[in-house]
Design a protein around this ligand. Structure first.
Ligand SMILES: NC(=O)C1=CN([C@@H]2O[C@H](COP(=O)(O)OP(=O)(O)OC[C@H]3O[C@@H](n4cnc5c(N)ncnc54)[C@H](OP(=O)(O)O)[C@@H]3O)[C@@H](O)[C@H]2O)C=CC1
Ligand SMILES: O=C(O)[C@@H]1CCC=N1
Length: 272
């Protein structure tokens, strides 16, 4: 970003905090280009000291004249926030909403200008280590250049994929919420390692690296996961006995229901 462009991060919570720290670390924005807000004064003071940026509780002042605005508040707060900042946003401002559930149309309507430029994004917390995935969908008046800018911003924290808005709740259930599901699976695998006699730190490292390695195999070979699974499964060996237990435990059914429920919840949250 050029040094005279400004970003406002409104609602500097867990997810937008991860993004902002990555932007700073990668040099996408310098501290002087950033203004952020939270709800509570004492949190604003702490974050300003921690991050060396301007953090306040004043959304209007933070958004005034901003080139890029990242909305990081809860889904039910997005429309009010958009209405609050609408009068001070320059016509060219690119608004990025990371809220689950809240659709583009009500955000565009709340901004009220003739052709507001809004991109909806669903990032995830592995962004913290540069291994995030962000799904983006373009608002009604987003130019190719603005979409490219949104992609560039989120590519500082991992991969991006552009989807139709109709897929955003499904994305939320799979990759937005997904890290939490994987952590539980990882924790259970580590517990399993402890159960068969491994020290906990070694069990956790084995579980995490195995998960990472398997994911990297899928991403880099492009092979179907079932083909990769077959490579591991020696006839009459150990793996197939393990797989029988996994299937008896209904892991597929449980994961399908898990993502389905999270995606349904994403439909409900904002109430639009
Ligand atoms: N956590 C995740 O993994 C992901 C979250 N999201 C989305 O990100 C959004 C935030 O979630 P998350 O980061 O988990 O939640 P947090 O509760 O951590 O963040 C919400 C932030 O909004 C601030 N806030 C509340 N009201 C206002 C206001 N009126 N003006 C300015 N700031 C305000 C809060 O301030 P204070 O700290 O002072 O209370 C808080 O910092 C949600 O819409 C969620 O759907 C999207 C993808 C992944
Ligand atoms: O739990 C949530 O609602 C948010 C959206 C995806 C991840 N966290």
């Amino acid at each position: 970003m050029s040094s005279n462009q400004r970003i406002a991060v409104l609602g500097l919570g867990k997810m937008s905090g991860i993004l902002l720290q990555a932007f700073l670390k990668q040099g996408l924005f310098q501290p002087a280009q950033i203004a952020a807000t939270v709800a509570h004064e004492e949190r604003a003071t702490t974050l300003a000291a921690q991050l060396g940026i301007n953090v306040s509780t004043n959304n209007v002042e933070a958004a005034r004249g901003a080139d890029v605005v990242l909305l990081g508040v809860k889904p039910t707060q997005i429309e009010d926030l958009a209405r609050e900042i609408a009068p001070v946003l320059p016509p060219h401002a690119l608004v990025l909403s990371i809220a689950a559930s809240t659709k583009l149309a009500p955000i565009e309507k709340a901004l009220g200008t003739e052709k507001p430029a809004v991109v909806r994004a669903m990032p995830n917390t592995p962004a913290k280590v540069g291994a995030g995935i962000t799904a983006l969908c373009r608002g009604h008046w987003i130019s190719d250049e603005q979409l490219a800018l949104a992609e560039k911003i989120f590519q500082t924290v991992g991969r991006t994929v552009v989807v139709d808005e109709k897929h955003m709740d499904a994305v939320t259930g799979l990759s937005g919420s997904g890290p939490a599901f994987i952590y539980i699976i990882l924790e259970a695998l580590a517990e399993a390692g402890v159960n068969v006699g491994l020290p906990r730190d070694i069990a956790t490292m084995l579980a995490a690296q195995t998960t990472f390695g398997a994911a990297k195999m899928v991403l880099e070979t492009g092979a179907h996961p079932a083909v990769l699974k077959d490579e591991v499964t020696t006839p009459a060996g150990c793996t197939v006995d393990g797989i029988m237990e996994l299937e008896a435990g209904g892991v597929r059914h449980t994961l399908i229901k898990t993502v389905k429920r999270a995606a349904e919840r994403a439909k409900e949250l904002a109430g639009n």
